[in-house]
Ligand binder design. Structure first.
Ligand code: NOJ
Length: 553
């Protein structure tokens, strides 16, 4: 039955092992450290953990350069620690999904080492080679400004190899059936060790045709279907969550018209337009993005996020929209990255303004899909712009006001903890916020609890309600004879709106889910609501007896 799809009403939390919790004092987070923090995550109310890559790696791209898919990097622990960890999650009812980074390997991976050594060997064709420098070598870089080319010469191989990302990340020849078979084996391995699915890295590149003669890569969508079939054969409710920053017109190709490809994708369209709306207080383009990404199979789901471990990618906005976001949230050159994004955390972008943080989070929890939180954002952590590239937003979790923010007993954390300014760990940390009922941490815990009680948002259909004001977004969700209305004011000014939530001559009461400020319709069935600057409301349509009215279908 369709209601069994756990990811439809999940709350996902993303973390990098290296910077979450160190148990042995070497300054690098590890599985035993994470294990000790599971009760914190359980208390926060999240239902699924997404772990960044933790397999053996030279760590030149935060583990997105894997050198052995069937292992745990010794810095993080052992396979035994991993299984203890998934077991600990299972005991607490938390699912685990892990990054699957298979567009490329590290150049240190034994497959690449074998491939470069022996042109006639079995691994040569696992990568993408050219005898001469391809003409398009200067095109298609994912990290412009830092990455200079997509083809590099390998002396040992006496050939050029293709790398969509950094030079040390040679692309796998994913069209090779032997490579495909191996990738399934990798998935099968981790499923057997207790994971509920994968956040698939760089999906459009995995499925693209690759080669020196490829001028316009073509996506081979059947690969997604075979991945999905495989994971579901091995584990009926396993999830594929795709990282695919694509255009809405391609959404159904990735989900599969029959819902037979990716279960979930991050909604990059909505993410970028959401930041534009936060910057401009004009919800028009955000509404267009919501409508454009609305069509999807019933089993498919969007991942709704604010920030992640990468830069805030604004590449899909118009130049003018992007400039508006830069001006509001990343005006300095060193806040920007790769000519398209912002490398800051959410709280500093919003000047630590609690009203705006709540507005942004309330949106993340109520836009159509499943929310995905980045570690540390629940306490409003800051960034460190003195660190290179995306590391600015990857500093250690701030657990307490103890040395190194309680992240490590050692004195050399893998990245420095934030120890000065407004976001200093002595001011912003989980231990202190735990004790303050009004803290962002406790607010987040309460909002997660309420979000879980609103399956309409994860499951239901939405429609945009007219507010008559460009700065106010109102959405109504319907599911199983129950309705929820959420309203957000993006402007710095209070305003009054008139809202017709029924539209069919009915006049429903709106019961406020977050406070006692309910709303009765006027004689014409309309609601008059006054919203404060950056204000938000979550309402249930009708009374609190909604569960008595919920239908089975
Ligand atoms: C996308 C990941 O999110 C990013 O962190 C990484 O650098 C690239 N893919 C390459 O794996």
């Amino acid at each position: 039955m369709i209601r069994d799809l756990w990811y439809k009403n999940a709350v996902i939390y993303n973390l990098s092992l290296a910077t979450f919790m160190d148990s042995d004092g070497d300054g690098i987070g590890d599985f035993q450290g994470l294990q000790r923090r599971l009760d914190y995550l359980h208390g926060l109310g999240i239902t699924c953990l997404w772990l960044g890559p933790f397999q053996t790696s030279p760590m030149l791209d935060d583990g997105y350069d894997v050198a052995d898919y069937y292992s745990v990097d010794p810095r993080y622990g052992t396979l035994g620690d991993f299984v203890e960890f998934t077991h600990g999650c299972k005991q607490r009812g938390i699912r685990v999904i892990i990054d699957l980074v298979v567009n490329h390997t590290s150049d240190q991976h034994p497959w690449f080492q074998a491939a470069r050594r022996d042109p006639a060997g079995e691994y040569r064709d696992w990568y993408v080679w050219a005898d001469r420098k391809p003409e398009n070598a200067g095109q298609g870089m994912v990290f412009p400004g830092v990455q200079k080319t997509t083809w590099s010469y390998d002396r040992e191989a006496r050939a050029w190899y293709f790398h969509r990302f950094y030079k040390f990340q040679p692309d796998l020849n994913t069209s090779n059936p032997l490579v495909q078979a191996e990738l399934l084996k990798v998935m099968g391995f981790w499923i057997e060790l207790g994971v509920s699915g994968f956040r698939m890295d760089a999906v459009p590149f995995i499925i693209a045709t690759k080669g020196a003669d490829v001028t316009r890569p073509v996506e081979q969508f059947d690969m997604l279907r075979s991945f999905r079939e495989f994971v579901q054969w091995r584990c009926g409710d396993a999830l594929l969550l795709a990282e695919a920053n694509i255009l809405p017109e391609d959404d159904l190709e990735y989900f599969g018209h029959d819902g037979d490809r990716c279960h979930m994708m991050f909604n990059f369209q909505v993410n970028q337009h959401l930041f534009h709306a936060l910057a401009s207080a004009d919800t028009g383009p955000l509404i267009a993005a919501l409508e454009a990404t609305k069509p999807r199979p019933a089993t498919a789901q969007w991942g709704i996020f604010l920030r992640n471990h990468d830069e805030l990618d604004l590449g899909r906005l118009t130049a003018a929209q992007r400039q508006a976001v830069f001006a509001a949230f990343g005006p300095d050159k060193d806040m920007q990255l790769y000519d398209r994004g912002i490398r800051r955390r959410l709280a500093p972008m919003l000047s630590g303004d609690r009203r705006r943080l709540e507005l942004a989070y309330s949106l993340m929890f109520t836009l159509p899909g499943t929310p995905v939180i980045r570690y540390g954002d629940e306490i409003g952590m800051g960034d460190d712009l003195s660190l290179p590239e995306r590391n600015a937003a990857r500093t250690p979790m701030q657990w307490s006001d103890e040395p190194q923010a309680g992240f490590t007993k050692g004195d050399r954390p893998v990245l420095p903890v934030i120890g000065k300014g407004v976001f200093d760990y002595r001011r912003v940390n989980a231990a202190e916020q735990r004790r303050d009922p009004q803290s962002l941490l406790n607010w987040t815990e309460r909002i997660i609890r309420m979000r879980k009680e609103c399956p309409e948002i994860g499951w239901g259909d939405f429609r945009v309600l007219k507010t008559g004001r460009p700065e106010v977004l109102a959405l109504r969700y319907d599911w199983c004879n129950n309705g929820v209305v959420v309203i957000h004011n993006f402007a710095d000014n209070p305003c009054e709106i008139t809202l017709d939530v029924d539209g069919d001559g009915e006049a429903s009461r709106l019961v406020n889910l977050l406070s006692n400020d309910h709303s009765e319709p006027d004689g014409k069935g309309r609601h008059r609501l006054v919203l404060e600057a950056y204000g938000y409301r979550w309402f249930r349509v009708g009374g609190l007896d909604y569960l008595l009215k919920r239908s089975e279908a």
